[in-house]
Design a protein around this ligand. Structure first.
Ligand code: NDP
Length: 337
């Protein structure tokens, strides 16, 4: 059983060498007498920015625990059930949810393991558009921000796993949508593949406030926050009255020992802006309703999804680390088997 192990707690930017690949043996059968246990063959593993927190020895309150050095890291994935003593899962079921970064995982009383019902779409989609990032985009935009037709929506890290979906959901809601991303290739995707009305490369904008004023002369009603830092400060200056900011993530801060300060929060007062953090995990009860919208949209070509697939567990550390340099184009995942 090949596995990806965290070598040591990480400080600063994560490196490939913070993880190592090991091999061991595993019995491909659930031990007799063990209850509620599922043996999974992992097919796809998801690379997600929040995993960076888990690589640190956390010294402040967090909704996740640290990984343990010397043990395999874990996260979201797509897997096939090889054996099960759990009443909800049977041999050959396909599932998505939390699993280990290894070829086979033995999971007892799984916290989140959802049976896959629709298999006429790529299975890898259950790490992205049909998995946690999909629910994140859906809940963050529709539930947290309640978009109305004609509103002005801005998305940062817009070509990524979550961002590309936020833009498409906002278009389905009849909004005007602008995204930012870190390369020309990504900006082209936003405009030509995902249907954003406009897009810009934030790395080429010396003045983010000016870039936002150019794209939104009338201001922003909804900001889907993925990056934090200077971008949030610039957005605050450009929000409209009763604007909503869904704080999904702040990836620009995750590798800093001390997060940058935000300077323009007083804008919230006069403009009556609502700034709300949220977690995908609070919204899985909406998953059936979410699938009713997204499965037909995929089948009819009304929604598209771009993935960046690394082949093999050996390449998983580089894929995960690449999220923090913007190496990924679209949803980063690892094909294991
Ligand atoms: P992406 O697929 O968007 O990958 C990460 C991207 O972030 C990179 O490709 C890069 O794109 C951008 N990035 C990296 N470093 C920086 C930086 N210093 N400044 C600005 N941009 C940077 O990841 P996801 O879509 O999976 O995640 C997007 C955000 O959503 C993250 O903040 C994540 O933590 C959050 N999230 C929150 C969830 C929740 O439940 N609240 C659930 C899932 C994700 P570029 O080249 O454009 O810079």
């Amino acid at each position: 059983n090949k596995r990806v192990i965290l070598s040591n707690y990480v400080t600063g930017f994560p490196k490939e060498s913070d993880m190592k690949i090991t091999s061991g043996s595993i019995k491909l059968k659930v031990a007799e007498g063990s209850k509620d246990t599922v043996l999974l063959k992992n097919l796809y593993l998801s690379c997600d920015p929040y995993m960076r927190w888990r690589m640190s020895k956390l010294d402040r309150p967090s909704f996740v625990d640290s990984f343990h050095p010397g043990e395999p890291i874990n996260g979201y994935g797509v897997a096939k059930v090889l054996d099960s003593t759990h009443p909800k899962y049977a041999k050959d079921d396909l599932v998505w949810g939390s699993t280990g970064w290894e070829e086979y995982s033995l999971v007892t009383a799984p916290q989140l393991l959802i049976k896959i019902q629709h298999t006429d779409v790529p299975l890898s989609y259950y790490t992205g558009i049909l998995g946690m990032p999909g629910v994140t985009a859906y809940a963050g935009l529709y539930e947290v921000c309640s978009p109305k037709k004609g509103e002005y929506v801005y998305v940062s890290a817009a070509s990524g796993a979550v961002g590309q979906l936020v833009g498409q959901f906002a278009k389905l809601a009849g909004c005007y949508v602008v995204g930012s991303a870190g390369s020309k290739e990504k900006v082209d995707l936003l405009k030509n593949k995902f249907g954003f009305d406009d897009a810009f490369n934030y790395k080429e904008e010396p003045d983010l406030d000016a870039a936002l004023k150019r794209c939104f002369p009338q201001g922003i009603d909804i900001y889907f926050e993925n990056v934090g830092g200077k971008m949030l400060d610039a957005v605050l200056l450009n929000m409209r009255l009763r604007g909503r900011i869904a704080v999904c993530g702040m990836i620009s801060q995750y590798n800093l020992e001390k997060p940058e300060g935000v300077h323009n929060l007083e804008q919230l007062i006069g403009k009556r802006i609502r700034l709300e953090g949220f977690l995908a995990g609070d919204y899985y009860h909406l998953y059936p309703k979410f699938l009713e919208l997204v499965i037909p949209a995929i089948r009819e070509g009304k929604m598209v999804y771009v993935e960046d697939i690394a082949e093999g567990l050996e390449n998983a550390p580089a894929a995960l680390v690449g999220l923090f340099t913007g190496r990924n184009v679209g949803k980063q995942l690892v094909a294991v088997a």
